[in-house]
Each structure stands twice: as C-alpha cells, then as structure tokens.
Ligand binder design. Structure first.
Ligand SMILES: NC(=O)c1ccc[n+]([C@@H]2O[C@H](COP(=O)([O-])OP(=O)(O)OC[C@H]3O[C@@H](n4cnc5c(N)ncnc54)[C@H](O)[C@@H]3O)[C@@H](O)[C@H]2O)c1
Length: 392
C-alpha cells in the first residue's frame, strides 16, 4: 500500500474541502487546509465552522488539539504533501460556457511548489476532459505529478456521513495515481468504484443532471396540474402512493444551488449544446419563480399587496445562499407587488416570521425550512407554497 501521511486540500475552507479535511484528519492523516479566504481560516482555527455542516463543529473541536489540522494561505505547504487534493471547480459563466480561468490559475500557482512523485487529486466537478489536460501538462512540462480525478458527490449539510457511506468514484492516469487514490479514499469510504477519468467526470456530472431533470419533471407536473385547476399534492399522492415505479418522483420546489444548474449547463456545453433534456430542465426550473408570481397575479391584485417570502437560502435547513432562486423570486415580486419583505432563520432578515404573517397580504414559501413547517397562517392571507411546506 502507498505510504501517505500528509495531505494538502486546496480550497480547504470551503463546503467540499473542509468536511473532507476533517474526515481525513480524523482518520490520522496530517491535513493542511490551504485557502485564500483568511477570514474562514481564522474562524476554523477558533474552532468554529464558517458554514453549517451537520456534526462538523464538534469534530473540528476534537481535532484541533491533535495538531493534525493546519490552516494556511501559503501555497508552499503543498511541497510537504504526499497528496494534494484540489477542490476548485469550473463554474459556468454568464454565457453558460465552462469558466476554466480560476482552475488553471490555481494549478499554475501551485506548480512551482509541487514535486516529482506527488499525486494531485482533482475533486471538484470539472468540464469533461479537463483532468486529461492537466495530466498532459504535468507529463510535458513537469514536475512528474500523478493526476487523479475522484469527484465529491455528497449533499451539503450531510457531508460527514455521506463521505463514509456513498461509494467513492476513483480514477487516475497511471498506477501511482490510482494507488494513492485507493489509499486515501480506502481509509474513509465504504466502497470504491474504479473507472477511467473521463468516465468519472461524466458520472459526476450525470448524477447532478439527473437530479436537476427529475426536479424539473416535478415542477412541470405541478404547473400542468395547477393550470388545470387541480392540487398537485393530491395528484402526486395518487400517482406515487405504494407504487414502486413512481415512488421516487420528487415534489415540486425551487431547484437551485451552486451545482445542479451549473453542472447541467456544463454537460450541455460538452455535448455541443445538444443536451435538449438539460436545457428543457433549466427552462422549467428557472421559470418556476415567474410561474409562482403569475399564479399570485391570478389570485389577487398583486400591485396592491405587500408580499413576504419565507426562506432565502438555496435549500432547506442550510445557510448557503449561492444561486438561490428565492432571490430571483424576490426580484420578480418587487416588479409586481407594493412591497416585499423576506425572512430566513439563517440570514439577517428584514422581517421576523410574525411580521411576515401579520403584515403581509401575500405569503410565499421560498425555502421549506423546518421552522416554517405547520406554521399557522392567519385567515385571509394569500399563500403560494409549491413545496407544500405549510401543509394543507
Ligand atoms: N457544495 C457541494 O455540495 C458540492 C458537492 C459536490 C461537488 N461540488 C463541487 O466542488 C467545487 C467546490 O465547491 P464548494 O461548494 O466547496 O465551493 P466553496 O466556494 O464553498 O469552496 C471553494 C473554496 O476555494 C477557495 N479558493 C478559491 N480560490 C482559491 C485559491 N486560489 N487557492 C486556495 N483556495 C481558493 C475559496 O476561498 C473557498 O473556500 C465545485 O466545483 C462544486 O461544483 C460541490
């Protein structure tokens, strides 16, 4: 088995990097958390998580006294590592093209510190073929770093549990790289799936696209049922109850966040924009906020109404606002309603729940946080709740 003691995680203070750093340090590796975000590093050093992640703060506080976690902004630390894990990804730009500038810049900045024999594991979601390009660059220009691609697939908030429970896809361009990936992930994952890098890159993207498309199916069904004057919750129950062929049909809701949209557009760009299903899903999911506003316009004179949005983060019981569709909803409501107030238990809000319930004429659920489930809505309010979070 390959001897690996020290690991650097580039982007280690972020949502993917930090939970992985904690899990690896807990397994006995020495982990350098390398990040440009000095404020996040200081928070971590003080024993606090910079974002919510179930069970992570307790694990961080347990690990800090061991000395196995080191927080730094100095790229030179990578020279000490046996394995460098990079979680910087390739987002899509305003034209929905893959944006590789930051990724190449990070690799370029690390290169002078890397040395022959190290393994570089790419862990973020990347445009297919990017790992091969990085591997070629190191083969041609040195140092002789062994490149692997081992994608993260966990759900934010559940990372600590899912890093152990979800099978880990591993891939590399040579025997040294795959042996290093086996050693690192063999220590923390229950099951390893070995494929070649392009297969791993596509598998990761397709996981997210699949989820995004299934959410779009539920959202389109919701729109069809609502336009027909029918409550989709009743249709969903009738279609899925005790039916093994449909039981996994999701419920409608704002499908957002930093991954699903981006990765669907990434696969669309890779397939020469012939990924019609992905583009259709994007139109449906991104169109839901406008559909919600139109539904409200059908129920009342929205321009005379004060609207309140409950929930602004991108998913329930999470403090992350990245690419949250609640903000799109807010902008659209601001075009139509007299005033818009928002509340979120994880953010600085412009109103309390009570103010939303009492002062607003229209109440819209943006994110179905636990806190909102079963809320008693005063009579006479107009409610738009595609999630059925408030219950009927
Ligand atoms: N969030 C998720 O649940 C999730 C799950 C699977 C895959 N991914 C993928 O993982 C990648 C990262 O996502 P994330 O959610 O962790 O993002 P994030 O923004 O939370 O973390 C990225 C981190 O990288 C740091 N960083 C930026 N430039 C740097 C540099 N030059 N040197 C060192 N650090 C630098 C940032 O400060 C930040 O802390 C994306 O490609 C994403 O699609 C995310």
């Amino acid at each position: 088995m390959t001897q690996i003691q020290r690991i650097t995680i580039v982007g280690g203070a972020g949502h993917v990097g930090l939970p992985l750093a904690l899990v690896l340090a807990d397994q006995g590796f020495h982990v350098d958390v390398l990040d440009v975000n000095a404020a996040a590093l200081a928070t971590i050093k003080a024993g606090k998580m910079p974002f919510r992640e179930h069970g992570a703060e307790a694990l961080l506080q347990k690990l800090l006294p061991t000395g196995r976690l080191n927080m730094t902004s100095d790229n030179a630390v990578t020279a000490l590592a046996d394995v460098v894990i990079c979680v910087i990804g390739t987002p899509v730009d305003e034209y929905l093209n893959p944006e590789t500038y930051l990724f190449y810049k990070v690799i370029g900045d690390l290169r002078p510190h890397l040395r022959d024999g190290q393994t570089l594991i790419l862990r973020s979601t990347v445009y297919p073929g990017l790992s091969a390009k990085i591997d070629r660059m190191f083969r041609e220009e040195g140092p002789r770093v062994h490149v692997a691609f081992c994608p993260e697939r966990v759900a934010q908030g559940q990372s600590l549990r899912e890093i152990h429970e979800l099978p880990q896809i591993i891939s590399a361009f040579d025997d040294v790289g795959i042996a290093a990936a086996r050693t690192v992930f063999g220590r923390i994952s229950r099951e390893l799936i070995e494929v070649v890098p392009l297969e791993a890159e596509l598998a990761k993207l397709m996981c997210n696209c699949y989820r995004y498309i299934t959410f779009a199916i539920a959202n389109q069904f919701h729109m069809i049922a609502t336009d027909a004057g029918v409550d989709f919750n009743r249709v969903h129950h009738a279609a899925t109850h005790n039916n093994p062929r449909t039981s996994t049909m999701p419920r409608p809701g704002l499908a957002a966040g930093p991954c699903l949209f981006k990765d669907t557009m990434q696969l669309a760009a890779f397939s020469n924009n012939n990924f019609f299903l992905g583009h259709a899903a994007m139109l449906i999911n991104e169109g839901l906020p406008q559909y919600m506003v139109n539904t409200l316009k059908g129920k009342c004179d929205l321009h005379k109404m004060k609207a309140g949005i409950l929930g602004m983060t991108f998913k329930a019981d999470c403090d992350d606002i990245r690419d949250s569709l609640s903000f799109k909803l807010k902008k659209l409501l601001q075009l139509e309603a007299k005033a818009v107030l928002t509340h979120d238990p994880f953010l600085k809000s412009d109103a309390t729940i009570e103010q939303i319930l009492n002062e607003c004429d229209v109440i819209v659920v943006g994110t179905p946080h636990k806190e909102y489930r079963g809320l008693k809505i005063p009579t006479g309010k107009i409610v738009e709740d595609v999630w059925n979070c408030l219950g009927k």
